[in-house]
Design a protein around this ligand. Structure first.
Ligand SMILES: Cc1cc2nc3c(=O)[nH]c(=O)nc-3n(C[C@H](O)[C@H](O)[C@H](O)COP(=O)(O)OP(=O)(O)OC[C@H]3O[C@@H](n4cnc5c(N)ncnc54)[C@H](O)[C@@H]3O)c2cc1C
Length: 222
């Protein structure tokens, strides 16, 4: 079933990622981490629906999406970034495999962080952040979505790695077997992995090599 939401505002949160704040249709509900199909409500664009993940809390009066633009594709994200307040969007039903299953380690690559934004905001509201860690890989500092919010929630349990830049306070390396072994003591905990398909495949394989059970690894492609 589709629903219409109106864009209230949008602003950049990094050089190429925007947060879009929409009205929330009363019957649009979701579990933090779930995604939905989103399209622009114009005759020529309505059928071009792509998956995105609400990053607001489920009971907020408004709905927030955090969307990385790919202007070089000349596709939907370029058009979403160009929308003005008052534009209408079409929301589909919610879906997705990333649902919170208890304390554990969250591993994200780039815009794959979006399902974890809603989950961490919900945990923060409930005062349940203890026992959670985040490993978040980006190319450079400028690419990190909501760095200060994650550092505030998690302190030294938030590890930020940069693959194309070296800077104090960040690990200048990939999320590889060596890093997982250094940072993770208990591979029987829950793991949540989200990012580009090669990232998700590599990380879930590494986790399983270290003994993580497939049931304890929840992954989705961002
Ligand atoms: C479950 C799920 C949830 C997601 N949630 C989010 C989210 O919350 N936030 C977020 O930012 N992203 C999210 N994504 C990713 C998001 O859906 C895509 O980034 C988005 O659909 C890209 O749309 P686009 O039209 O701009 O580009 P595309 O659909 O990638 O491309 C549009 C056109 O450009 C062409 N094209 C493709 N690649 C290139 C290239 N490299 N150069 C030139 N042309 C190219 C394609 O052939 C196509 O015709 C999610 C993905 C999934 C699966």
């Amino acid at each position: 079933m589709s629903r219409i939401a109106t864009l209230l505002m949008s602003e950049f949160v990094t050089h190429d990622v925007k947060r879009l704040v929409l009205t929330r249709p009363e019957d649009f509900t979701f579990v933090p981490g779930q995604g939905t199909l989103l399209a622009i409500n114009q005759p020529d664009l309505r059928e071009d629906a792509h998956p995105f993940t609400p990053t607001s809390l489920a009971d907020d009066r408004v709905l927030e999406f955090t969307i990385k633009g790919h202007p070089e594709h000349h596709g939907l994200t370029e058009k979403l970034h160009a929308l003005r307040p008052g534009a209408e969007l079409v929301l589909g039903d919610v879906f997705g495999t990333i649902q919170y299953q208890g304390p554990g380690t969250f591993i994200a690559g780039g815009a794959g962080i979006t399902p974890f934004i809603a989950i961490f905001r919900q945990l923060a509201r409930e005062g349940k952040l203890a026992g959670h860690s985040l490993l978040f890989s980006n190319k450079t500092r400028d690419d990190i979505i909501l760095e200060q919010e994650f550092r505030h929630y998690l302190g030294d349990r938030c590890l930020l790695t940069l693959t194309r830049e070296s800077a104090p306070g960040y690990e200048n390396r990939r999320l590889d077997a060596k890093l997982l072994k250094e940072r993770i003591r208990d591979f029987s905990q829950a793991f949540y992995v989200c990012g580009p398909p090669p990232f998700v495949e590599a990380l879930s394989q590494l986790l399983q090599n270290f003994g993580a059970k497939a049931d304890n690894v929840v992954f989705e492609q961002g």
